[in-house]
Design a protein around this ligand. Structure first.
Ligand code: GAR
Length: 189
C-alpha cells in the first residue's frame, strides 16, 4: 500500500512540485492525498490542479482561533488517513491541536543549516551575515520552532554576492533533499 502524505504550502510551491514529481516518477512509494494552503490564490494551488492533487484552502482569519482551523485540517487529514504531513513553505507555526493529533508525523523544510538561521527569513539572514556555506535542513516538527530532530541536511557552498543566485542554488538542493527525507522517514517506521 502506498503511504498517504499531505503537503502544506503557502506560496510558490516549488517543493510541492518536486515531491509530486518524485511520486509521479515512481521514486517515492507515496500518494499525495492533499495539498493544504492558507493563501487563496497561491501558485501552489495551480500546481496542485495541474497534478490533480486535491486541495484544502482556508483563511486563518475566517476562524475564531488557530485551534479551530487546525481542528478542521486535522479532521480532513484523519478522513484521508494521512500518515505524514510535509511542511513545504507553510509559513505558519504549527499549534497544539495539530501537534497533539499529528505529533511525530510532521516534517518541515528549512532553507538553512539549523540551528543556524531559524525563522521566516533564513536565506536573507544568512546572506546578510555573510556566510560562505548555506544549506537546507529537513527536520521533525515539535513545539519548538525550527527545533525538532534533524532527518537530513545538505550544505550549499556559495561565495558570491548575488542573493538570487544563492536562493536558486538552495532551492535546487531543497528539491532533491525533500523526497530523500520522505523516503528516510518511511524507512525508519
Ligand atoms: C522554501 O525555501 C522553504 O525552505 C521555505 O520556504 C520556501 C518555499 O518555497 N521555508 C521556510 O522558510 C520555513 N521557515 P516553495 O513554495 O517554492 O516550495
Amino acid at each position: 500500500m502506498k503511504h498517504r502524505i499531505a503537503i502544506f504550502a503557502s506560496g510558490n510551491g516549488s517543493n510541492f512540485e518536486a515531491i509530486v514529481n518524485a511520486v509521479e516518477r515512481g521514486e517515492l512509494d507515496c500518494e499525495v492525498a492533499l495539498c493544504v494552503c492558507d493563501k487563496p490564490g497561491a501558485y501552489v494551488l495551480e500546481r496542485a490542479a495541474n497534478h490533480k492533487v486535491p486541495t484544502l484552502v482556508f483563511k486563518a482569519k475566517d476562524y475564531p482561533s488557530k485551534r479551530d482551523f487546525e481542528k478542521m485540517i486535522a479532521d480532513r487529514l484523519d478522513s484521508l488517513k494521512v500518515e505524514l504531513v510535509c511542511l513545504a513553505g507553510y509559513m505558519r507555526i504549527i499549534g497544539d491541536e495539530l501537534l497533539s493529533r499529528y505529533g511525530g508525523r510532521i516534517i518541515n523544510i528549512h532553507p538553512a543549516l539549523l540551528p543556524a538561521f531559524p525563522g521566516a527569513h533564513a536565506i536573507r539572514d544568512a546572506f546578510e551575515y555573510g556566510v560562505k556555506v548555506y544549506g537546507v535542513t529537513i527536520h521533525h516538527v515539535n513545539e519548538e520552532v525550527d527545533g525538532g530532530r534533524i532527518i537530513r541536511q545538505a550544505a550549499v557552498p556559495y561565495d558570491g554576492d548575488d542573493i538570487d543566485e544563492v536562493e536558486a542554488l538552495i532551492h535546487q538542493t531543497e528539491h532533491r533533499l525533500f523526497p530523500e527525507a520522505i523516503k528516510d522517514y518511511f524507512k525508519s517506521k
